[in-house]
Design a protein around this ligand. Structure first.
Ligand code: WQD
Length: 338
C-alpha cells in the first residue's frame, strides 16, 4: 500500500515519512515547498536509505489534485499535514488560511471518497480546546470558540472530515498535537522555521547559536507556579510514530468508530522558564532572556491527558523534555555548521 503524506517535507511530515519507511510503507510526498525545501528529501534518504516519491504540488489546485490521484491509483492511506500554521499570520491574513487549510482538505477528500476504502489521518491541534477548563486535557474537553483563524481551520477541518466519513468509505483519525519540538537523533532532519521563529524552542536554539540577541518571555504573571505559561512539549519523533500507529489501526480495522480522536502529548506540563532551564542544562551555558508583555491569544495552560492514546491507540511518548531539547539543540548546531 502506498501512503500519501501531504506536507511531507515539513517538520512533522518529514519525521513521519521516516517512521513510515521504517515500517516498510511505500511513501509518496506532496509538498508545495512554501514552508520547506527539497533538501529535506536528502535528509530522509540519509536516514532510511529509501527515496520517497516526491510530487511538487499545491493542494489548492483542484485539477492537480485530481490528476495526482489518477496517476497514483494505489494510494488509499493519507496522512495530511499540508497547511499553514502560524497563529499570528492567520489573524492578519485569514483568507490565506481558509483557502489553504480548508480548500486543500476538501479537494483531497473529494478524491478519497471515490475509493472503495480510504484511511485518513488528520493533523489537528490542542488549539481546538482553547483554554480548557480542566488539566490534563482529555478528548472529551469542550471545543471552545477558536481564538485564531488557524485554530478555526483545525476545528472546521475536523467537522468536514466527520461529515464526509458518514457518507463515504473513509475512516479517519484526528490527532490533536500539543507542542511538537526536537529533531531526529541523526541530525539529518529537524525544524527549519523561515524568518523569525514564532515558536518557543526554535527561538531558544537560534538564540543559543547567537542568531537572536535574547528570548522575549511573553509574560510571567500568569496563574502558574513560576508565572509563565505551561505547555506539553512532545518530541517530534514520538509524535511521528503515533501517526504510523494510527494508520496501522485503520488498516487493520481496529478503529471502533468512523472518526476517532486522540490527544498526543507527554502528559507533562512544562513552563517557559522550565524549558529555558532545560536548555541551560543541555547547552551548558546561561541563556539570555527578558520578560515582556503577554502575547495575544496565549492560553495559560495546555497539557494532555494521555490515557486514551496510551490505552486505546497503544502509543506513548519515550523522550523527556531534556532529551527533546537536546535533539533540537544538536540539530540547530548542525544546521548552522553547514
Ligand atoms: C509556547 C509558549 C508562549 C515564543 C502554537 C500553536 C499550536 C502549534 C504550536 C502548530 C507560550 C511562549 C513563545 C517566544 C515566548 N502550532 N513563547 N516567547 O503558542 O503553545 O502553540 O504552536 O502546529 O497549534 O497554537 O507554541 O511555541 O508559540 O509558545 O515566551 O518567543 O512559549 O507565550 O507560552 P503555542 P509557542
Amino acid at each position: 500500500m502506498k501512503i500519501l503524506v501531504t506536507g511531507g517535507l515539513g517538520f512533522i511530515g518529514s519525521h513521519t515519512v521516516v517512521e513510515l519507511q521504517n515500517k516498510g510503507f511505500e511513501v509518496v510526498i506532496i509538498d508545495n515547498l512554501s514552508n520547506s525545501s527539497e533538501d529535506v528529501l536528502k535528509g530522509i534518504v540519509a536516514i532510511t536509505g529509501k527515496q520517497p516519491i516526491f510530487e511538487k504540488l499545491d493542494l489548492r489546485e483542484k485539477h492537480a489534485v485530481k490528476d495526482f490521484f489518477k496517476k497514483h491509483t494505489d494510494v488509499s492511506g493519507v496522512i495530511h499535514f499540508a497547511a499553514s500554521k502560524a497563529v499570528g499570520e492567520s489573524v492578519a491574513n485569514p483568507l490565506l488560511y481558509y483557502e489553504n487549510n480548508i480548500a486543500s482538505l476538501v479537494y483531497l477528500l473529494q478524491e478519497l471518497q471515490q475509493k472503495p476504502e480510504a484511511h485518513f489521518i488528520f493533523s489537528s491541534s490542542c488549539t481546538v480546546y482553547g483554554q480548557a477548563d480542566v488539566m490534563p486535557i482529555d478528548e472529551n474537553a469542550s471545543i471552545k470558540p477558536a481564538i485564531s483563524p488557524y485554530g478555526n481551520t483545525k476545528q472546521i477541518g475536523e467537522e468536514i472530515i466527520t461529515d464526509v466519513t458518514k457518507v463515504s468509505n473513509i475512516n479517519a483519525i484526528l490527532l490533536r498535537y500539543f507542542n511538537p519540538i526536537g529533531a531526529h537523533p541523526s541530525g539529518e532532519i529537524g525544524e527549519l522555521p523561515i524568518g523569525v521563529p514564532q515558536n518557543l524552542v526554535p527561538f531558544i536554539t537560534q538564540t543559543g547559536m547567537g542568531l537572536r540577541k535574547e528570548l522575549m518571555v511573553y509574560g510571567n504573571d500568569y496563574p502558574t507556579p513560576d508565572g509563565t505559561c505551561i505547555r506539553d512539549y512532545i518530541h517530534v519523533v514520538d509524535l511521528a510514530k503515533a501517526h504510523v500507529v494510527a494508520l496501522q489501526r485503520l488498516i487493520e480495522k481496529k478503529n471502533t468508530d468512523k472518526v476517532e480522536v486522540f490527544n498526543l502529548g507527554t502528559g507533562v506540563g512544562s513552563s517557559v522558564l522550565e524549558v529555558i532551564s532545560s536548555f541551560e542544562k543541555v547547552s551548558g551555558k546561561p541563556f539570555p532572556y527578558k520578560i515582556v508583555a503577554k502575547r495575544e491569544g496565549d492560553v495559560t495552560k495546555a497539557y494532555a491527558n494521555t490515557d486514551k492514546a496510551n490505552n486505546v491507540l497503544g502509543w506513548k511518548t519515550e523522550s523527556s523534555l531534556d532529551e527533546s531539547i537536546e535533539s533540537a539543540w544538536k540539530w540547530e548546531q548542525k544546521v548552522r555548521s553547514k
